[in-house]
Design a protein around this ligand. Structure first.
Ligand code: TUI
Length: 317
């Protein structure tokens, strides 16, 4: 499948791997890029030198294009943004904010800039600021989310901008990919399914929770604090969700949630971890190499898109 996005970035598949905090390291990003998609290093809240190390490692593991996701709420976002420019990173995506102040630096460095947006308004602002494309991420996604679903967000963003749109949120099989293309997307971004890649550094408890999860097993916490996060239902996230209905300070809430993602990814701590994952977790049923995930997703999508009407028994009368 070749689209505006595969041509723009020189990649084989119109498939991005989400830049998941703590999970999207150099090995996972390189594995996805080597498989033909666009691997992304998730800078999350890591200091600049740590991200620089990951970029160097990814360069040693792949000669294919890869990108860095800059998490704009990070205290190190300024350093990470500068390092991406200095290191000649090919693609930068951003999350959890407006990357306007970095756009000129990145464009001057020849970087393809692809902000993640959760509204058509931000998509338009990003296009005006020089974005090469946008990722429209619906609230089915794991991690920090906006208000709109993928089904409603993607076509509205597609109509709002003339740059290509990558659909994210709730996509983990060929049906999701075909739906995204029907909504007007030129590529998809998948997160949850790549947490379960063999190359992903997520603790085996994290991968197994996703593999075993049913459709209703995610929950959103932090809606009151302004940074809603979708994670799997665990003792911690149920408790956090309950605390939101009680009168507690933001400080107290944050203290409780602090470090919980690291505890999930590195320690597999089922008591205190926050296992961020999307609503499509129920569809992810195995741990597999990134290449198997990418090949299967894309080859099945190609077949489905070619035969959709016949496969669904649709006739035009
Ligand atoms: O960024 C994500 N997903 C994330 S970031 C993350 S780490 C984190 N941990 C604790 C608190 C916050 C973040 C885990 N998952 N996805 C992209 C995304 N961006 N989703 C929603 C947005 C977004 C929301 C509001 C982007 C911009 C925005 O408003 C910006 C503005 O100024 O209008």
């Amino acid at each position: 499948m070749k689209t505006e996005i595969t041509r723009m970035l020189g990649i084989q598949y119109p498939l991005f791997q989400g830049g998941m905090a703590w999970v999207a390291d150099a090995k996972l990003a390189a594995a996805v890029s080597n498989a033909g998609g666009l691997g992304l290093i998730g800078a999350s809240a890591a200091p600049g030198e740590v991200v620089e190390g990951m970029i160097r490692e990814a360069k040693s593991l792949t000669d294919k294009p890869f990108g860095v996701n800059v998490m704009l709420m990070s205290p190190f976002a300024d350093d990470v943004a500068r390092i991406c420019a200095e290191q000649g990173v090919k693609v930068v995506t951003t999350g959890a904010g407006n990357p306007g102040k970095y756009m000129e630096m990145w464009k001057n460095a020849g970087i393809k800039v692809i902000p993640v947006v959760a509204s058509a308004a931000l998509a338009k602002r990003m296009e005006r600021a020089g974005a090469d494309a946008v990722v429209a991420e619906g609230c089915e996604s794991g991690g920090h989310i906006g208000e709109l679903t993928t089904m409603t967000l993607v076509p509205q963003v597609v109509d709002a901008v003339s740059v290509p749109v990558i659909a994210a949120g709730g996509i983990a099989d060929a049906r999701g990919v075909a739906a995204a293309f029907a909504l007007g997307a030129q590529a998809v971004q998948c997160g949850t399914i790549f947490v379960c890649a063999e190359e992903s550094p997520a603790h085996e408890n994290y991968k197994n929770l996703i593999v075993k999860a049913k459709d209703t097993e995610t929950i959103v916490t932090g809606r009151n604090g302004g940074a809603p996060i979708r994670s799997l239902k665990t003792k911690l996230t149920r408790k956090l969700a309950k605390m939101e209905h009680e009168e507690i300070s933001l400080e107290e809430f944050e203290k409780f949630a602090a470090g919980s993602l690291r505890k999930a990814v590195q320690d597999g701590n089922l008591e205190e971890g926050s296992f961020m994952a999307g609503q499509i977790s129920g569809l992810v049923s195995r741990i597999a190499p990134a290449k198997v995930i990418a090949d299967e997703l894309m080859q099945t999508s190609e077949a489905l898109l070619k035969n959709l009407v016949a496969e669904r028994g649709i006739t035009f009368e």
